[in-house]
Design a protein around this ligand. Sequence first.
Ligand code: AGP
Length: 620
Amino acid sequence: MEYTSLIIQCEVTMCGIFGTVLKQGKAVELITDGLKRLEYRGYDSIGVAMIDNGELHLRKDMGKLEEVIENLNINEMNGLVGMGHTRWATHGAPNMINAHPHLDGSGQIALVHNGVIENFMELKDELIEKDHNFVSRTDTEVIPHLIQEEMKADVGLKDAILRVLRRLKGSYAIVVVTSLEPDKIYCARHESPLVLGVSGEGTYCASDVPAMLPYTNKVNYLRNGELAVLDVDGYQIMKISDGSYVERGLEEITWSLEMAEKQGYQHYMLKEITEQPTSLRDGLRLQEQYIDLITQFLDRGKEVLLTAAGTSYHSCLAASYIFSKIARLTTYPVVSSEFIERYGSTVGIDSIVLTVSQSGETYDTLKAIDHARMKAATVLGITNTVGSTLTRVSRAYIVQQSGPEIGVAATKTFTSQVLVFAQLAMRLAKMRGKLSQDELDEFDENLHRVPDMVEEALARNDDRIKELAEKLKDDKLFLFLGRGISAATALEGRLKVLEITYVPSLAYPAGESKHGPISIVEDGVACIFICPRGDTHSHIIGSIMEMKARGAKIISICEEGDNDIIRLSDEVIEMPIGIPETLSPIPYIVPLQLLSYRLAVMKGLDPDMPRNLAKSVTVP
Ligand code: AGP
């Protein structure tokens, strides 16, 4: 049965940007080298715009960096001013049309962008009314057209750009080169990173330090709400809000290039744990209509099966609690390698199969999808990788917008997946009238507090986790226990420890302890309890006392000041107050991610490349 996926075409990109204004030499060679140093940010298409003798030249295409550079002879482009972009699509097919840079209607303004313009549809409609024509499906393309429109008011390029930036909602790092001012580069940021650099040879701007390290280690991180104008001698920074100038000195980067690619972190895993507030904020910028689309399918199904592998399965398990409690929807989570055995004979045309895969390439998950499609079920997807097989075989899909995850152990992609599920459950609850408006408003408010809760959890616990890891580094066994949705958190925490420290670890719904697992508990066995406040709080106290009575070392993750838990525990990790139980896996997994990371490093292991494991298991 062939059908085209309802590909969700909202161009959101994670990408690498590099621009330069040189006194002499071939700017394009610095640009392509700079883009290569940003390739850890992932890419599926690239483009370069150069100013040569006052004229704007642009070359771009989909494909791997080296291939496109060679095929389009990009390094033959001339000029002292230019910029490049590597796009890692998180929505919409990767292709030449959607590749950056994008032009205005006159072809005189080229722009690249990293981030999510939330109000691009209304801006696009307004421009179409003014006879602007668009060639791509990106949110980015509206920006150069808006600048072109503002220029008609004869306000000068800088003020035109300032006016446009004040109208954008969402996140952006943008860079503009134009034949209107051939010796300058304009760049601005809000939430997406952008850094400036200066050397004796010229001025630079990039998404990240590695791109410019070979040329300078003197940098200036642009702040949110700032526009910079670069020329061959340096740059000026101004506030977008009122155009006032900003004076800020240069910082000196002491990292090695290899360290710089991890933004100064020793491992990608720590970088990715730490960037969860950002990835979660991006995850809250899913376009409304896409959440609606998936929710309508969920509402129509006779049954909803959730299937995935590993960490992605744990997000499905957490989702089953959220869907039940928030939307009164029963869902059936199953690991994808067991999907055919368990549901292969019963799945059918009335079934909704919601699959989750960060890579979109996991063999077991794709096999489950193939079987479900053969049985005429509706297959939906949540993935982090546009252009992956999952996006091509799903009827509709959502991209979780976590950005590239390099570490083999999934961290930010887990929290983003749970966030996507929470948004789906909230929309379904509204569609089905299962929550009052007040309850919906409260849930939505809590959802939007999640990134801040994670940020606070990271800030307050980093040193505490190092201390705890020091105490636990010689332990030979860990038991992770949680009740209700925290059982999913326990399983995910266990998997982190298992896969990067190799210490045998068990995880169970805490109520199951007395049905077997408690037999392994003896003096000093570390039992890690996940204890958010909520419906399961009183039950988890009973479980803790059970283990304590048998000499276990009680390690509890609980809300700050929760003395019922604290007084029973040998070690406590305190979390911010007010985290609702149904959203607790997102912040409560963070200390466990950090604990597994610290333990692995203390053991002299490489958390990014654990033995026997691959980032994407594409084999049976
Ligand atoms: C989790 O840390 C592991 N990397 C692994 O369990 C992973 O979650 C699993 O292989 C599924 O990968 P996917 O999300 O890309 O399908």
